[in-house]
Design a protein around this ligand. Structure first.
Ligand code: SF4
Ligand code: SF4
Length: 510
């Protein structure tokens, strides 16, 4: 049955603040997880009887645990700097999608139960009881936040709405009001090993097929190994890389890079997913449980290096959290973490991003390219939020912006940057991050993509750009879906290692 027609908002002549459209996204609700999905990952199956008390108790726990949350809830002065910085507000005009209004959904409840003024004079300070209507608004509007952190770049106090969103989701999960899409995916990771539910034999089949395809294209025996004991590198990549377009083109590229550099590597059927949706629902326990698979696989396979493929939030989790969650990097000190530290090669950054690996090899002169092979492409680069604002690459601030661009410029001749204020730390979210990449939210996803599409259109019109490179599996999936709504072909998006794959010269290895 056809649903209501989804239309992209009109391109704006100038990036003006949108006209307010109160409640325009009030009907935009993700599906609620069922009992089985919630219970499978350790949450109450459905809304618990005394959920109001449980929610407030959980909020109290988080306020103690995360000092930053209390600071964020206390320190907003409603200056308005963040109001027009969210892509979902720009695309929808719904005032509850202003970052400050999104924060206030929790702040008002916080005031009611955790501040003297809110306890005594709730109406005077805008304090709000925790009611079912409030819970519904939380579920609706915290699930219209992709946790992209763009608004925090513009806040003079550095208030991070994404952290408030994650806390709200943590509270909602604690009372049994989980998000179907995210919880179903986390369940698949634990049961089968990856977000897409691809079992080991299917992975092996895909990788064998890739080897045949690459041999046919290049005449070279490039290997795409699985579960190889004693390989130097364990590559952990988003499962979309195994079969989705354009993701698979980057997987082909990673294999060619390792082949050309003579580095032995392997994928793992146990850790066949770099993505970690535990972050999207603010669940430390799930973050840890999902991340632990990587450590187990690394120990079992005896690898010396761990490398992460093109996935934005996975790199943020790996870069910012793996050390304390799992002992990959420095930090944890349980016996397995110590064993892993001894096993990994201290001459390499652990973990490393595939772009860092490729860029190091380029700088060392160990990869050769035919840049003309990409001459049919006029390229721009979309910075993915979690890489741009939640991680780093290389050994200096801003390496996460330079390294992917350096690679592109090493493998292709034609490159144009999108407009200032839409890239680097001010990049716009693709519109599908934070666990929102689900069909029932397609209207939101299309509207939220507006500012990125506007910036893209400028370089398309001015320079004939026909390829937007990115290093995130969610960005690739989201853009593939929404580009046609804005009059672009879905093939306009692709990976950085897709470009590497086209230009790399094989067959001269020593
Ligand atoms: S989606 Fe991004 S910009 Fe919008 S409120 Fe959430 S973190 Fe801020
Ligand atoms: S920019 Fe910061 S202080 Fe100003 S309204 Fe937004 S969150 Fe509050």
């Amino acid at each position: 049955m056809a649903g209501p027609e989804i239309k992209a908002p009109a391109y704006r002549e100038f990036p003006t603040v949108p006209a307010l459209q109160p409640d325009s996204m009030v009907g935009m609700n993700p599906y609620v997880a069922n009992e089985k999905m919630n219970e499978a990952i350790g949450f109450p199956g459905k809304l618990v009887d005394n959920w109001e008390q449980v929610a407030i108790a959980k909020m109290g726990e988080l306020l103690t645990k995360y000092r930053s949350l209390k600071v964020y809830l206390d320190s907003c002065v409603h200056c308005g700097s963040c109001t027009d910085k969210c892509h979902y507000f720009i695309g929808t005009g719904d005032p509850k999608n202003m970052p400050v209004a999104r924060q206030d959904l929790m702040r008002n409840v916080y005031r009611r139960y955790f501040t003297p003024a809110g306890k005594m004079f709730p109406k005077l300070v805008g304090a709000q009881d925790m009611t079912k209507d409030v819970l519904d608004d939380w579920f609706r509007y915290y699930n219209q936040c992709s946790e992209c952190r763009r608004c925090s770049v513009f806040c003079p106090y550095g208030i991070d709405t994404a952290e408030i969103t994650m806390a709200a989701k943590e509270i909602m999960h604690a009372v049994g009001h989980g998000h179907k899409y995210v919880n179903e995916i986390i369940g698949k990771v634990h049961k089968i090993g990856n977000n897409l539910g691809l079992p080991g034999p299917a992975l092996e089949d895909t990788l064998n097929g890739l080897e045949e395809d690459v041999k046919e294209d290049t005449g070279i025996d490039v290997k795409y190994p699985l579960d190889v004991q004693g390989a130097e590198v364990l590559l952990v990549t988003p499962s979309a890389d195994f079969f989705a377009e354009p993701h698979i083109e980057s997987l082909i590229g990673y294999g060619k890079v390792f082949h050309a550099a003579g580095i032995s590597w392997t994928l793992s059927s146990k850790a066949s997913e770099a993505g970690n949706f535990g972050m999207f629902i603010g669940s430390y326990d799930q973050l840890k449980k999902i991340a632990m698979r990587v450590r187990e696989a690394a120990l079992e396979l005896g690898v010396k290096r761990i490398v992460v493929g093109e996935c934005g939030h996975a790199w943020r989790v790996a870069y910012s959290f793996w050390n304390t969650l799992t002992g990959i990097g420095a930090g944890a000190n349980d016996p397995f973490a110590i064993e892993l530290q001894k096993q990994l090669d201290p001459n390499y950054k652990q973990p490393a991003h595939i772009c860092e690996v490729t860029w190091d090899l380029i700088q060392a002169g160990r990869l050769k390219f035919d840049k003309e092979a990409n001459d049919h492409r006029i390229i721009t680069f979309h910075d993915s939020c979690n890489v741009a604002r939640g991680s780093r690459m290389g050994d200096y601030a801003g390496g996460q912006f330079d390294i992917p661009r350096n690679i592109i410029k090493s493998v292709a001749n034609k490159y144009h940057e999108m407009g200032v204020g839409t890239t680097h730390e001010k990049t716009f979210c693709c519109g599908g991050g934070g666990g929102l990449l689900t069909d029932e939210l397609i209207d939101l996803r299309v509207k939220g993509a507006l500012p990125r599409m506007e910036a893209l259109k400028q370089v398309v019109d001015q320079h004939g750009v026909n390829f937007m490179a990115t290093i995130c599996a969610i960005c690739k999936a989201q853009f593939t879906k929404v580009l046609p709504y804005y009059g672009f072909k879905m093939g306009l998006v692709g990976g950085v290692h897709q470009l590497v794959s086209s230009a790399i010269q094989l067959g001269n290895e020593q």
